[in-house]
Design a protein around this ligand. Structure first.
Ligand code: GLN
Length: 249
């Protein structure tokens, strides 16, 4: 029986899009850069690329794509990379100016998620749920004038808490090895809490950097910059997409 090639759509509003193509193609899948509702319909799974989550959010709002994306994400696998993982997280903390390293402030900022908190059925399938809560501001904390953590809006696909720029500034960007494969953490968020239902696929300095729950996967690092095609993470995601396509047919 011939299997149809799954189509992987990389959200192409901003960020590192084209670098995913050789990895996706090396997995025997089709790569498409997507930015319109009609293109979103055509794909079997989404990559939300690394880049700048605040810029992506602005463009999503400007082009009125929030609801249409939330609907697509509710029924298809999604993999968020760095900024993309920020868009997927249930809770997004905007780093405070006084905390260049997350460790100094993680306790105060990130109480662990309570079990079962707004988690849906917990079944092995995409969960819907977008966060339109107006308290989720993207106003920099220094303008708020108090110590309460500032939250950034997100699609809330994975029950994890992330702190944006949690490792520090651009200069604190670094590499990590995951089973011998080199990945880059570039102004990456730190995952400061994960719900028990989330599988941790890799850690770096004891902190989860690659997580998965059902058909949703997130990595705080960039695997697409390594020219060793395909990356283990692309392989893993395309397996998720293949099984979701199979179970739908
Ligand atoms: N710091 C960026 C953000 O907050 C993410 C950086 C990246 O995607 N490499 O969106």
């Amino acid at each position: 029986m011939t299997q149809q090639k799954p189509i992987i759509g990389c959200l192409a509003l901003q960020g590192a899009v084209e670098l995913h193509r050789p990895h996706v193609e090396a997995c025997g899948a089709t790569f498409k850069a997507v930015k319109t509702p009609a293109q979103f319909e055509e794909v079997d799974g989404f990559i939300l690329p690394g880049g700048e989550s605040t810029t992506m959010l602005k463009l999503i709002e400007r082009f009125d794509l929030w609801d249409v994306l939330a609907k697509q994400f509710a029924k298809k696998p999604v993999w968020g990379i760095c900024a993309g993982s920020i868009l997927m997280a249930e809770t997004v903390l905007v780093s405070l100016p006084s905390s260049s390293r997350w460790r100094a402030s993680s306790e105060a900022l990130a109480p662990p998620l309570s079990r079962g908190q707004a988690l849906g059925s917990g079944k092995d399938e995409p969960q819907s749920g977008s966060h339109m809560d107006p308290r989720r501001l993207s106003v920099p904390s220094e303008r708020r004038g108090d110590d309460r953590p500032v939250l950034q809006k997100s699609f809330g696909l994975l029950p994890i808490t992330v702190q944006r720029n949690g490792y520090g500034r651009q200069i604190d960007s670094h590499h990590a090895l995951i089973d011998g494969y080199e990945v880059s953490l570039i102004r990456a968020p730190v995952i400061t809490a994960v719900d028990d239902s989330v599988e941790v696929l890799a850690r770096h300095e004891d902190t989860p950097i690659w997580v998965k729950r059902g058909a949703y996967m997130a990595s705080t690092f960039h695997p697409e910059l390594t020219q060793d095609f395909p990356s283990p993470m692309h392989k893993a995601f395309i397996e998720i997409v293949r099984s979701s396509v199979q179970s739908a047919s």
